[in-house]
Design a binder for this molecule. Structure first.
Ligand SMILES: [Cu+2]
Length: 141
């Protein structure tokens, strides 16, 4: 009788120890998984940031026909919604130009010039769209 009790007690202790070890093992594994995930995410974000930085370019496009504040607004507005264009600042003072910060993996200087042309202005070598030019305010012609 005593022997059986001792044996039963032994099994209970062993089971409990096993449960405790399993619990701690799982806890440690869980933490490891979380830590590894965070590290992996960090590396991933880093490489993404480096990649997008590498793709970011700045172009200065000559605007031979831009004249006034309305022109500035028209061109900046046209470029604002172009996918890949991060920033565009027009200067109507000589030398008249627009400085565009864009993502080269999404758009190009040529595409940006075409957008400006469709807004009615010459952009580098791309001549203004005549129909768009006709629609401009009198002060811009
Ligand atoms: Cu104008």
């Amino acid at each position: 009788m005593e022997k059986t009790d001792a044996k039963g007690f032994g099994i209970v202790i062993a089971t409990k120890l096993f449960a405790i070890y399993t619990f701690y093992f799982l806890m440690i594994m869980k933490h490891l998984v979380i830590i590894i995930s965070i590290l992996a995410l960090g590396l991933f974000c880093n490489s993404c940031a480096e990649k997008s930085q590498a793709q970011e370019k700045t172009a200065t496009i000559t605007l031979s026909t831009a004249k006034c504040e309305t022109c500035k607004k028209n061109i900046e507005k046209a470029l604002k919604d172009v996918p890949g264009v991060n920033n565009a600042i027009v200067s109507t003072k000589a030398p008249k130009s627009v400085t565009v910060v864009y993502n080269a993996s999404i758009t190009s200087e040529q595409k940006i010039c075409e957008v400006i042309s469709k807004a009615g202005y010459n952009a580098n070598g791309v001549s203004r769209d005549t129909a768009a030019y006709e629609k401009l305010d009198a002060c811009c012609k």
